[in-house]
Design a protein around this ligand. Structure first.
Ligand code: SAH
Length: 362
């Protein structure tokens, strides 16, 4: 049996130019193909009318141009759209579109399941399936934008879906290059955010390669609590993680770190927790997104009352931090933060791919 055809969408425009050049096809042809695929959303080579007939035929014969198909779409009462997308091997991944007045944000996944097993996260409970290839990451943008009405377009992309982006760094970086490249999706760098649970040594690697916003899922200001919530903390404890952030070049009030802090009743929501957070983050230009825990069947944790959440926020404000209390969207369709786990549809299959591994093996 012959090897499967390569995916065009695995290659950002510069890599595609190089690849075409090696095949004797001029570089500007690669840019034309990128403009069709990403600019115009056309995936049928026969419709790429400014290419030569020969190149159109070669593209159809020698390459794959589509990596994901829509399996299901759930619409939330608040307008949030969750897409369940199917890869060629049957793996299912989720992407969530969040239309707001000023912007439309797409949340993309980077892995099938996740190996980090954070104790409050539904994806963590699934275990790890596999890394997504670059084409499967960017095809989430292609499939989901087709669901928008013509007057709306995706303005922001956040890598906050299933999986840990920094454990799939190479494919994530190539996907980000496609998002940012003027010949591809052409997003401005400040409209793309990569979130990590704290794979400290790979944070400088990521930012040295692509100029994205960095979000860090902190959730606790002490190692005792963070070990419990994010087992990866045993490997990269707070001193290591925050030390890495302090040493990043180019952090400033205009380029802050975005910290995510999921508020969990009785676990990390006390005034003392808030004061500890103020102390810990001193000197790091940051914004703190407080997210009330989205309860789900795989976790005993609950969100705090609104009073407790605003008390927590008040302590941060008085301590000089810049917190926002994020309203959760898409809760009625399991599209809220950390709920991407399409149980029933995906559960059995991702679980077959592997159980949560101890963070040491990561
Ligand atoms: N692995 C990366 C990317 C996932 S981002 C990371 O951890 O940053 C998804 C965000 O939602 C993370 O901040 C995660 O900690 C948070 N989250 C997960 N489960 C949640 C839940 N049940 N309620 C609220 N936030 C949750």
């Amino acid at each position: 049996m012959s090897a499967p055809l390569p995916h065009l969408k695995d290659l950002a425009p510069d890599a595609l130019r190089a690849r075409f050049a090696a095949d004797g096809v001029p570089g500007f042809r690669a840019d034309q193909v990128s403009a069709w695929l990403y600019g115009r959303g056309v995936e049928d080579p026969a419709a790429m009318t400014d290419l030569s007939l020969e190149l159109r035929q070669r593209l159809g014969r020698e390459w794959r141009l589509r990596a994901l198909e829509v399996e299901a779409v759930d619409r939330s009462a608040d307008g949030t759209l969750k897409g369940v997308l199917r890869a060629e091997d049957g793996a299912l991944v989720e992407a969530v579109l969040i239309p707001e007045e000023e912007r439309t944000t797409l949340c993309v996944s980077t892995q099938v399941g996740c190996p980090l097993a954070c104790s409050f996260c539904a994806t963590g409970a699934l275990g790890f399936g596999r890394n997504l290839r670059t084409a499967e990451i960017v095809d989430q943008v292609c499939r989901m934008r087709e669901l928008l009405p013509p007057e709306r377009r995706i303005t922001n992309v956040v890598f906050m879906g299933m999986g840990e982006p920094l454990l799939n760094l190479r494919n994530v970086v190539e996907a980000v290059r496609l998002l940012l490249h003027p010949k591809a999706f052409a997003f401005a760098p400040r409209r793309v955010t990569v979130s990590t649970a704290g794979v400290a040594p790979r944070i400088p690697d990521l930012l040295a390669q692509v100029p994205v916003n960095l979000a860090v899922s902190l959730h606790a200001a002490t190692d005792v609590v963070r070990n419990e919530l994010v087992p990866l903390n045993r490997r990269f404890p707070l001193d290591t993680l925050l030390g890495t952030l302090r040493r990043l070049p180019r952090l400033s009030r205009r380029h802050p770190v975005f910290f995510e802090y999921t508020l969990i009743e009785g676990v990390n929501d006390s005034a003392a927790d808030a004061r500890a957070l103020v102390e810990r983050l001193r000197g790091i230009p940051s914004k703190v997104n407080l997210i009330p825990m989205n309860p789900h069947a795989d976790s005993p944790y609950r969100p705090p009352s609104p009073e407790v959440a605003s008390r927590f926020m008040g302590v941060l404000v008085r301590g000089g931090l810049t917190p926002t209390l994020r309203r959760s969207r898409g809760g009625d369709i399991d599209a809220a933060c950390g709920q991407l786990a399409a149980r029933g549809r995906r559960g059995a299959q991702a679980a077959a791919g592997g159980r949560p591994k101890p963070s040491r093996e990561v």
